[in-house]
Structures are given as C-alpha cells and as structure tokens.
Design a binder for this molecule. Structure first.
Ligand code: FAD
Length: 487
C-alpha cells in the first residue's frame, strides 16, 4: 500500500461510509443515505485488519477476493468522485481509535455503515460509536445483509424461530405484503478534497497463492461480473435448479456465494431478479426453490442475532456440548487432505482445497462424515471451512455445521446419518465429479468408483482404504447421542 497522503478538508459537511461486507455501489443503503445531500463530501473507508482476519480464520482466498473486489470498487467510486481511503490496523482494538482520529482530523460530520450481527463486530461498532459521539460525530447504522432484517420474522409470541419451515412461511408472507425496493447507485459527486489510497495489486502481506490464475478465472471480481452471473443463472439454470442442485458434477447452482458473502451483490438484488423472471416466464418452480436458499441465508443470520451464543461457537442445542467428541488428529488430517478412503468425501475436500468453494450437497456430506462417522467436534470442521472457503460466513457456516452435526437447527432428529457411499451414488451417479478431483480413481467405472475397496483392498490403487467402518461408526455415534437424552 502506498503511504497515506490525505489532504485537509475545507468543505462544510463531510460524510464517511464505512464499507464492510458490502463492497458494491448499487442497492447500498449506507452509501445511498450518505449521498442524499448532493453537496456533501462523501468518502468511503475500508478497514484492513489482517490480525483480526487471522483471528477469525478468514481464508487467504477470501482475503484475496475481497482485496481484488476492493480494487475494482475503487475504480467505480473514483468515477463518482468518491475517494476510497484504506485504514490499516492489526485488529479491532487498534482500528477503532484510528477511525475516530481520522474522522476527527478530516472534519467528518457523520459515519454511515451497515449493522453487523456478529458479537465481535457489534462490540467494535459500539466502541466506535462511543468514540465518535464523544467528538460530536454522528453515526447512522442501517440494515443491509438480510432480505428481512433480523428480529422482524418472529413467532406469534414474539420469539425467534428455531426451525426453518415456519420461519420461511412467515418470511414469504412478509415479502408478499411488502415488495422489496432496490436502491440505485449514487450519482456523481462534487470533486473530492481527499486523495484515495493507492491500492497494491494484492492485499499487503498476503502471500501470492499458487492457485492465483485459477482463482482469478473461477472468481472474477466486479459488480458487473456478479450481475452477469446472476442474470445467466436465472435465465439458464433457474428453472432447472430444483432438479439439478444436488448434483455437483453439473453447474446447477448459482455459485454466487462469494459475491453475496463480500456484498458484491445484495440478497435483495438476487430476490428481485428471480421474482422479475418468474413474472415473465412460466414454469419457474426451480426459482422458488432457489429463493428458499436465500431464505436459509436470512434464517441463519436471524439465528445468530436471536441466539448469540452460537457466535462463541457454542452448540445451539446446549446439551450437545456434553458429547464426548473425538480428537483423533490423524483422522482429522485425512479429512482435511481428502484422504479418507471415501471417494465422494475426498473429492469434495479436494474441491474445497483447490478452488476455495464446495457444492452445498457436498458440504452436507463432508460435515456429516466428520461429525457422525469420525465423531470429530463440528467446531474443528467449521474452522477448517472458514480457513479455506472463499464464501466463509459465520452465520451460514456455523448454521450448516450445526445442522449437520445435529447440534443446531435441524428439525430431523440426530439419527439422520448419511451413508457416504449411498450419497455418492445418488449425487454423482456416474462418478464424473469424483473423477475430476480424485484422478487416481478416474479409470474406475461408475459402479466401482464410489467404493473402490468394497471387495477387499485393491493393491493396484494408489488410494487409501476407508479410515473408518461406516456401519460401526454410525452405531457408536447414535449411542453417544442417545446417552444425552434422559430415559
Ligand atoms: P445457491 O444454491 O445458488 O444458493 C444461492 C445463495 O443462497 C448462496 O449463494 C448462499 O448465499 C445462499 N445459501 C444457499 N444455501 C444456503 C444455506 N444452506 N445456508 C445459508 N445460505 C445459503 N454458505 C456460505 O455462504 N458461506 C459459508 O461459509 C457456508 N458454509 C456452509 C457449511 C456447511 C457445513 C453447509 C452444509 C453449508 C454451508 N453454506 C455456506 C451454505 C451453502 O452450502 C452455500 O451457500 C452454497 O453451497 C453456495 O453455493 P451457491 O452460491 O451456488 O448457492
């Protein structure tokens, strides 16, 4: 990053928008509000906090994606005469006084930002608000990341829902009653009095990744790119989503999760695009199923808000924290590396390690395998996912892990345990996905590829035997869960 070069401001009103997981121009409530006075000077702030990111296990792939998107956004902001200033601090504790000092020295009148729902971020924002108010600087917190703000979808007696189906019913009813309105991007501002930070090609201190060319191709940045993906998915695959979404060898899902996690797109934009398409095209039940996935996204953010103990990685169902989880290091290492001897699990983990992304069905399979077959604490899997995922998001990740481990919001009882071989045959019937990521099995036919050592060890294969016996592991896990429930 280039040295800071900030000139002093002479304008009457200076507003600042703190960009977080909302790296876009369109449908951006905070930016929209900050720009509602056409004469005000508006500056965008971005906080680069590498120590905090490490503490939160933010993957290098995600950090890289975010930085590349920031660079793209800086160009778009510059066209609107909005300077982008990057404040670098190791963690939140050191960041807050930096932002306060910066705002003070640049005569900022108000800071605009979107509400965070995670505990650490809420504590950070509270400190910031106190610091700014002490200097006479106003703060405006707006809701952004959900389609319906957490706390607005509640049971009849005002409590947070704990299971998805009734939440979704209420969520859909509210959407039917109030149409979602999108906000336009801001228009061009008066020339900025502040110089933007010059952004280096990659995030400062971030090691170049050997996967970079692949990552650039798989995950190109920019709002335009995100909208192109959204439009393409809705027009080409939306109708078939319901039928295709469980087959990882088919590109049947939107792959928009990195863009939603970094806020290159808003969930509202996704919903409105799907609804508009449905209005003009018949036979779009597939898109209804896709809208349900957007609802899952909101659901887990509601859970985070209503049951904040999950932010501390405590089990949603507290009694399940008494489970005697295994700490088998070799099993965990085999799972991480995609060397378990269960081809679908290994293919999935290798997809994650190579591309930073994993198909939803596979996330469920590998999470259930780690927690129910290896009986390893879901928190280790949750953490490893965050360290690898390009779309790592506390609420969706924690929700998905706890759902799979039967410690969270799964309406089904703990004895739902996937059989990884059967799952493999169902979701990858001809083995195409396994062949792509486990090349040492690529020559096997569709029958053998799911369980290559089914008839005893095949010494010609450079592929491990299954590290556990699924049948036995299942019974052990059931017994552990059963022991929790009073007779
Ligand atoms: P699509 O099927 O096209 O769905 C559209 C969007 O809806 C997604 O981009 C995502 O934002 C949202 N969405 C879809 N399914 C879910 C879901 N079950 N829960 C919450 N939101 C959902 N998603 C993340 O964004 N970040 C995570 O860190 C994450 N970790 C997960 C961990 C586990 C163990 C499991 C089972 C699921 C996890 N998910 C996570 C949810 C889901 O797997 C991904 O959102 C999805 O695979 C992304 O692919 P897509 O964009 O093609 O999704």
């Amino acid at each position: 990053m280039a040295p800071r070069a900030w000139s002093r401001l002479v304008v009457a009103e200076h507003r600042v928008v703190w960009l977080r997981n909302d790296l876009r121009l369109a449908d951006h409530p905070a930016l929209h509000r900050a720009c509602d006075d056409s004469q005000a000077q508006v500056t965008a702030l971005y906080a680069y906090t590498p120590g905090q990111w490490r503490q939160h296990d933010m993957s290098l792939v995600r950090q890289d994606f975010e930085w590349r998107q920031l660079r793209a956004l800086a160009t778009s902001l510059a066209e609107l005469n909005i300077a982008l200033v990057v404040i670098e601090a190791n963690d939140y504790a050191t960041l807050v006084p930096e932002i306060v000092a910066w705002c003070q020295s640049h005569q900022v009148s108000a800071l605009y930002a979107h509400e965070a729902y995670e505990l650490n971020e809420q504590a950070r924002d509270k400190h910031l608000q106190q610091g700014l108010h002490a200097q006479g600087i106003a703060t405006h917190w707006l809701h952004d990341s959900c389609i319906i703000t957490p706390g607005q979808v509640l049971t009849g007696d005002g409590r947070f829902y704990t299971v998805f189906t009734p939440f979704k019913r209420n969520w859909l009813a509210q959407l039917a009653a109030h149409q979602v309105q999108l906000l336009p991007p801001p228009s061009k501002r008066p020339a900025p009095a502040i110089q933007s930070t010059a952004l280096s090609a990659s995030a400062p201190g971030l090691a170049r990744d050997a996967r970079q060319p692949l990552l650039d191709t798989l995950w190109p940045v920019g709002e335009r790119e995100a909208h192109k993906r959204l439009a393409q998915f809705i027009a080409d695959d939306g109708r078939r989503y319901k039928d295709q979404r469980d087959f990882p060898a088919i590109n049947g899902t939107s792959t928009l999760s990195p863009y939603l996690a970094a806020g290159v797109l808003s969930a509202r934009q996704c919903l409105v695009a799907a609804e508009q398409h449905k209005r003009h095209h018949a036979d779009q039940q597939g898109l209804d199923t896709w809208i349900s996935e957007l609802c899952w996204r909101d659901f887990y953010k509601h859970i985070l808000t209503g049951f904040p103990h999950v932010c501390r990685h405590q089990a949603f169902k507290r009694d399940t924290d008494r489970l005697p989880w295994s700490t088998h290091e070799a099993h965990f290492a085999a799972w991480c590396a995609g060397q378990t001897g269960f081809p679908i699990v290994d293919a999935a983990m290798r997809q994650l390690n190579e591309t930073g992304w994993m198909h939803n069905r596979l996330r469920m399979i590998v999470a259930m395998f780690l927690t129910k077959d290896l009986f390893i604490d879901w928190r280790l899997g949750e953490r490893y996912f965050m360290q690898q995922l390009i779309d790592g998001d506390l609420s969706a990740n924690n929700g998905g892990w706890q759902w799979s481990a039967s410690t969270g919001n799964d309406a089904a009882p703990y004895f739902r345990i996937f059989n990884p071989f059967l799952q493999s045959k169902k979701c990858d019937p001809d083995g195409a996905f396994i062949r792509q990521f486990v090349p040492e099995l690529a020559h096997l036919d569709a029958k053998r590829i799911h369980e290559p050592h089914a008839k005893g060890r095949d010494v010609r294969l450079a592929y491990p035997l299954p590290i556990v016996d699924h049948g036995k592991a299942r019974l052990d896990t059931l017994a552990y869960f059963k022991a929790l429930t009073p007779p």
